[in-house]
Design a binder for this molecule. Structure first.
Ligand code: S3P
Length: 162
């Protein structure tokens, strides 16, 4: 198995923020898959969806997963919220799920205009409901994303070292 730490969870669960702190604590590197796409395509995620569409976005995400699988180890990976629906994250490393309620997600990112799949709140809730089980089943370790940043990072660290 690839020896990476894969952070999964719904939009707004804190994968990027936690990934950054965790990578620092582990002296590791962070790969944020959304940032990778934004840099490579020189476009915001929302513009990417508008210009190229979701299917192409998923195709690129799949390519990134294959690249991670073949090339990375000991890295922290912050995934886009939809990645676990198109690829088995367990093939890439230890999967940590940042668990969060939909109410909290709404509070955090309702007005974020770089999240195309949050535009329609009813559809976003349905997406959340569909994905919950996928996240739960894929996780090696589940953590309450409402805890403080420091606690979350320490808990993941202890889990990895334990
Ligand atoms: C998506 C989540 C986003 C981004 C894209 C699609 C999803 O990432 O990849 O907007 O399908 O849940 P975050 O989870 O970092 O918001």
């Amino acid at each position: 198995m690839c020896n990476n730490i894969i952070l999964i969870g719904f939009m707004g669960s804190g994968k990027t923020t936690i990934g950054r702190e965790l990578a620092k604590k582990l002296n590791s590197i962070l790969i944020d898959t959304d940032s990778l796409i934004e840099i490579n395509y020189d476009t915001k995620i929302s513009d990417f969806f508008n210009i190229f569409g979701e299917d192409n976005f998923r195709e690129i995400e799949k390519n990134i997963c294959n690249w991670i699988k073949n090339n990375l180890t000991n890295s922290v990976i912050s995934t886009g919220g939809g990645m676990p629906t198109i690829y088995d994250m367990r093939d890439l490393g230890k999967v940590v799920y940042l668990d969060i309620t939909f109410d909290e997600i709404q509070k955090r990112i309702e007005n974020d205009n770089n999240r195309p799949l949050m535009k329609d709140i009813k559809q976003a809730k349905a997406l959340y409901d569909r994905r919950l089980q996928i996240y739960q089943n894929m996780a090696h370790y589940t953590i309450d994303a409402l805890d403080s940043k420091c606690n979350i990072v320490n808990k993941i660290y202890n889990y990895l070292k334990g």
